[in-house]
Design a protein around this ligand. Structure first.
Ligand code: PCD
Ligand SMILES: [Cu+]
Length: 805
C-alpha cells in the first residue's frame, strides 16, 4: 500500500498545489506547434473578409463604387454602411457608452477607419478586391491635438452635435466627451495655495499600443438550418461578446456560441468589440457560409485599440520637511474618434484615481476631460488595470520633481510619505480602500538589495568626473514604488455594459478521482491551465496533474467577465477556491459516512479526510470520489460537482518596489541598463515560476513603452508608426537581465489571500525606466521630459541642457 508509507511531505509535493513552481502545462502544446489559434480554424466553404480603410484622418465619404470589386472573380460580397443600416448595425455601442461606426457612415474620422468589407473565396482575392473599391473622399480639417480640438470650430462627431449630454454627463464643447471628477477640489486648492512648498508639472504619458503577437480576428459561422451562430475569436471576454452579439443581432443568446481558442497575447487589445467581428457575423448571415476575418499587423497598429494618451497636469504640495499635504491633477485624455475606452461603465477614466499612489496624502482632487480627435479609438488597459499605469507614472514623476524642489533624496521622500503598515485597510483621499500592504519593509528590502547608498555615491562621483571631462556617460537611478488596484470587482460599483463584474468556476470530479474545471476567464498566455489547477489541488486534495482547466467556450464555461485588469486571480481565482471548498464540504460528509463516524469527527489533511485523533483511519479523495458515484449514501445526492460565482467585496492592491540603474551616453543618447531589480508583493503566490514569467514579460513591455514605443501621428493625422519598422518591440538585445524578488502580504478578503500580478510590472516598470533617464540628468536641472525616451529624445535633453557645448 504505497499510500500508507508515503510521507506527508510527499503527498503535499504530489499535489503541486499552491506555492509550487509547477511547469506550465500549456507549453507542451505551444512549443510543439500544436496551439489552436483563430487563424488555425478552417471551416468547410469558409470565406475571407478584408477591409477597405480610409487613407484620410478626416474626410467626407461622397460615394463608394463597388462595381469593379464585385466583378473580380471570387468576390462574393462587398458590404458598406448602406447594407448594415437596415439591420441597425452600421453603428455599434462601445464599452464606454459611446457609439462607433462599424463602416464609414457619411464620413471617416481616423486614418485606417473601416469603410467597406470585402468578402471573397480567398484571402488574396479579398485583398485584391479592396484595391478595386473606389471611394470618393472630400478632405476635412484634421485635429490631432486634444487641446486644439477643444478650441476648434471643426465638429468631429456630427452625430452628437445636438446632444449636449454624453454618457458621462454634460459636454462643454462639440469635441468634448466628458468631465469626470473625484475628490475635494476646494479643500485641495486651499491646501495647495497655502502650502510651504508646491511643484507643478505637466506629465505626458504618450499614446502606445498593446501590439500582441497574434493580431485580432474572428470566424463567424451561421448555421441557418438550426438557427445557431458560432463565433470564434480572439476575445478576452467571450461571454460579454455573446451577450452583446445577441443584443445587437436579435439572435437569442442560447443560439450563440462564442469560443476563444488559444490566444497569442491580449494585453487589453482584445477586450473591446471591433467592426471586423460585426462584419464577419453579418457576412456569414448574408452568405450562409463561415467568414473569417484576421487583421494584419498594420491594421492592428493603426485601427485597433490604442492605450494611454493622457496629458496629466499635476500640483503637489508639501511641508519643508517633505511631508506631502495635497495633490491636484487635471487630465486631458485624448480618446480619438470614438470613446471606445475599456473601463468599468461608471469609471470613464478607469481607476485613475489611484493616483495618490502609495502615499498617505490627506487631500486630493482629480478631474479628467475626455476629448475627441482624429485618431484611432480605444483607450485599453495595455497591461494595467484601467489607467492605473498612467496614475502610477504621474505620481512617481511628481514625487521625483518634488524631491528635486526640496533638494531631498527621492527614496527618503517616498519613505516618509508611505502609508504605514498599521494604517491598512487604508482609506485614500480619492475614495479607495487599500486592503493590505507593508511598503516600508518592501522598500527597505529593495534598497538594501541594490546597495542604494553605494549607487548614490558612485553616481555623485560620476557627475564630478563628467564635469572634469573624464567621461561622457551619466548614471541614472530610477526609483519606483507602486500600488496597483486589480480584481474588478465589486458588482455594486463595477459593471461592463450593465453586466456586473463577478466571475465563476465550475468543477466536476470524475469517479476515478480526476477532474475538469471551467472558468469564466480566458488565458491569453498567462498560464491559467497551470495555476487554477494548483488552487484546486490545495482545496480538494486532487493533484493538479489530474485536473483539466478549460476556459473560453461559452457553451460549456459558466458566465464570467473575462480576463483583463489582472482580475482572474482576484475574482475567478476566488471562485475557484470556493468551488473547491464546496467539493470538500460534500467530500467530508461522504468520508464520514464511509468511516461510519459523525461529519465533525473527520478533518481534511492534504489529499484525504482522516479521523480526528486516529489519522491511520482515513479516506482519500480518490476513494471519496469513487464512492460519490458508486454508493447509495443516505441523504446525499450522487455525484461530486460544484459551481461558484464570486462577487469580490473589494479589489486587491498589489504593490512593488523597483529600481533601475542605467548609464546614459550624453553624446549619442543611447542607454545601457546595468541592473533592474523588481520586488513584487501579490499576496499569496500561487506559482512563483509563473509569477516570475509574468514579471519578466511586463517589465519588457514597460521597457518598450518608456524607451521607444509610441503611436505617433503627423499633422494630417497619418499614423507614422504603423509597422514594426517604426513601432518599437524590444528583442533579447535591448532587454536587460531582471532580478526579481518578493514580499508576501496576503489580501485579507480573498479566500486564499492572492492578489493579481500580471499588470504590476508594467505599472511599476514604466516609472522606474523613465525615472532612471530623468535621474541621470537631475544634477543638471532636468525636471520633466516626455516619454518615450528614445536615443534621439535623450540626445535632445542633453542638448537642451547645454551638455553638448
Ligand atoms: N498571486 C498570484 C497572482 C497571479 N498568479 C498567476 O499569474 C498569472 C496572472 O495572474 P493575474 O495577475 O490574475 O492576471 P490575469 O487576469 O490572469 O491576466 C491578465 C493580465 O495578464 C498579463 N500577462 C499576460 N501574459 C501573457 N503571456 N499574455 C498576455 O496577453 C498577458 N496579458 C497581461 C495583461 S494585460 Mo490587460 O488585458 O491590459 O487589462 S490584464 C493582463 C496567472 O496565471 C495567475 O495564476 C500567481 O501565480 N499568483
Ligand atoms: Cu490602464
Amino acid at each position: 500500500m504505497k499510500d500508507e508509507v508515503e510521507s506527508r511531505d510527499d503527498r503535499v509535493a504530489n499535489l503541486k498545489g499552491l506555492g509550487s513552481a509547477r511547469k506550465r502545462v500549456e507549453d507542451v502544446r505551444f512549443t510543439q506547434g500544436k496551439g489552436n489559434y483563430v487563424d488555425d480554424i478552417k471551416l468547410p466553404g469558409m470565406l475571407h473578409g478584408d477591409f477597405v480603410r480610409s487613407p484620410y484622418a478626416h474626410a467626407r465619404v461622397k460615394s463608394i463604387n463597388i462595381d469593379a470589386a464585385m466583378a473580380l472573380d471570387g468576390v462574393v460580397a462587398v458590404l458598406t454602411a448602406k447594407d448594415l443600416e437596415p439591420l441597425s448595425l452600421h453603428w455599434m455601442p462601445t464599452l464606454a457608452g459611446d457609439k462607433q461606426m462599424v463602416l464609414a457612415d457619411g464620413k471617416v474620422l481616423f486614418q485606417g477607419q473601416e469603410v467597406a468589407f470585402v468578402v471573397a473565396r480567398d484571402r488574396y482575392v479579398a485583398a485584391d478586391a479592396v484595391e478595386l473599391v473606389e471611394v470618393d473622399y472630400e478632405e476635412l480639417p484634421v485635429l490631432t491635438d486634444p487641446f486644439e480640438a477643444m478650441k476648434s470650430d471643426t465638429v468631429l462627431r456630427e452625430d452628437l452635435e445636438d446632444g449636449a449630454d454624453g454618457a458621462h454627463g454634460p459636454r462643454r464643447h462639440h469635441n468634448h466627451i466628458f468631465l469626470w471628477e473625484e475628490g475635494d477640489k476646494a479643500a485641495t486648492e486651499e491646501v495647495i495655495d497655502s502650502a510651504e512648498v508646491v511643484v507643478e508639472e505637466m506629465v505626458y504619458y504618450h499614446r502606445t499600443h498593446p501590439c500582441p503577437l497574434e493580431t485580432c480576428g474572428a470566424v463567424a459561422s451561421m448555421d441557418k438550418v438550426n438557427g445557431k451562430l458560432t463565433l470564434y475569436g480572439t476575445f478576452q471576454a467571450p461571454h460579454v461578446v455573446r451577450t452583446v452579439a445577441s443584443l445587437l443581432s436579435g439572435i437569442e443568446e442560447h443560439n450563440i456560441r462564442v469560443v476563444s481558442p488559444d490566444i497569442g497575447g491580449g494585453f487589453g487589445n482584445k477586450v473591446g468589440v471591433y467592426p471586423g467581428y460585426v462584419c464577419s457575423i453579418v457576412a456569414s448571415i448574408v452568405t450562409g457560409l463561415p467568414v473569417k476575418w484576421v487583421e494584419d499587423r498594420m491594421e492592428n497598429l493603426m485601427a485597433t485599440a490604442f492605450a494611454r494618451d493622457y496629458w496629466m497636469q499635476g500640483k503637489i504640495s508639501a511641508t519643508k520637511e517633505g511631508k506631502i499635504t495635497g495633490l491636484h491633477c487635471h487630465v486631458t485624455a485624448d480618446h480619438g474618434a470614438f470613446d471606445a475606452c475599456a473601463d468599468p461603465t461608471k469609471y470613464p477614466a478607469g481607476f485613475f484615481h489611484i493616483c495618490t499612489g502609495s502615499y498617505d496624502i490627506p487631500v486630493a482632487y482629480v478631474g479628467v476631460d475626455g476629448v475627441y480627435t482624429n485618431k484611432a479609438p480605444g483607450g485599453v488597459a495595455y497591461r494595467c488595470s484601467f489607467r492605473v499605469t498612467e496614475a502610477a507614472y504621474f505620481i512617481e514623476r511628481m514625487i521625483e520633481v518634488l524631491a528635486m524642489e526640496l533638494n531631498m533624496d527621492a527614496a527618503e521622500l517616498r519613505r516618509i510619505n508611505f502609508i504605514r503598515k498599521e494604517q491598512f485597510p487604508y482609506q485614500s483621499a480619492l475614495g479607495w480602500e487599500y486592503d493590505s500592504g507593508d511598503y516600508h519593509t518592501a522598500w527597505d528590502k529593495a534598497l538594501t538589495s541594490v546597495g542604494y547608498d553605494d549607487l548614490r555615491r558612485e553616481q555623485a562621483e560620476r557627475v564630478e568626473a563628467f564635469k572634469r571631462g573624464e567621461t561622457r556617460k551619466l548614471m541614472g537611478i530610477g526609483l519606483s514604488f507602486f500600488t496597483e488596484i486589480v480584481g474588478a470587482g465589486p458588482v455594486k460599483n463595477c459593471d461592463i455594459l450593465g453586466m456586473g463584474m463577478f466571475d465563476s468556476c465550475e468543477i466536476r470530479i470524475h469517479p476515478t478521482g480526476s477532474a475538469i474545471a471551467r472558468l469564466g476567464t480566458i488565458s491569453q498566455g498567462q498560464g491559467h491551465a497551470t495555476t487554477f489547477a494548483q488552487i484546486l489541488a490545495t482545496e480538494t486534495g486532487i493533484p493538479a496533474d489530474s485536473i483539466t482547466i478549460e476556459e473560453g467556450d461559452t457553451d460549456t464555461a459558466p458566465y464570467g467577465l473575462g480576463t483583463y485588469g489582472s482580475r482572474s486571480t482576484p475574482v475567478a481565482g476566488a471562485a475557484t477556491a470556493l468551488a473547491g471548498r464546496k467539493i470538500r464540504a460534500k467530500a467530508q460528509m461522504i468520508a464520514a459516512y464511509l468511516l461510519e463516524v459523525h461529519d465533525d469527527d473527520v478533518e481534511f489533511d492534504v489529499d484525504r479526510f482522516v479521523l480526528k485523533g486516529a489519522p491511520e483511519r482515513f479516506k482519500t479523495m480518490k476513494e471519496i470520489a469513487y464512492a460519490a458515484y458508486n454508493q447509495a449514501i443516505p441523504g446525499i445526492e450522487p455525484g461530486l460537482e460544484a459551481v461558484s460565482y464570486y462577487d469580490p467585496p473589494n479589489m486587491t492592491y498589489p504593490f512593488g518596489a523597483y529600481v533601475c540603474v542605467m548609464d546614459v551616453d550624453v553624446d549619442t543618447g543611447t542607454t545601457d541598463i546595468r541592473q533592474f531589480y523588481a520586488l513584487d508583493d501579490c499576496g499569496t503566490r500561487i506559482n512563483p515560476m509563473v509569477i516570475e514569467g509574468q514579471v519578466h514579460g511586463g517589465l519588457t513591455e514597460a521597457l518598450a513603452i518608456a524607451m521607444g514605443q509610441e503611436i505617433a501621428y503627423d499633422d494630417l493625422g497619418n499614423c507614422k508608426t504603423g509597422t514594426l519598422m517604426d513601432f518599437f518591440i524590444p528583442t533579447a538585445w535591448e532587454t536587460p537581465n531582471y532580478v526579481t524578488d518578493h514580499t508576501e502580504t496576503p489580501s485579507p478578503h480573498h479566500p486564499i489571500g492572492a492578489k493579481g500580478v500580471g499588470e504590476s510590472p508594467n505599472v511599476g516598470g514604466v516609472p522606474a525606466f523613465s525615472n532612471a533617464v530623468h535621474d541621470a540628468f537631475r544634477a543638471f536641472g532636468l525636471r520633466q521630459a516626455h516619454m518615450p525616451h528614445d536615443h534621439w529624445r535623450i540626445w535632445q535633453i542633453a542638448n537642451d541642457l547645454g551638455l553638448h557645448d
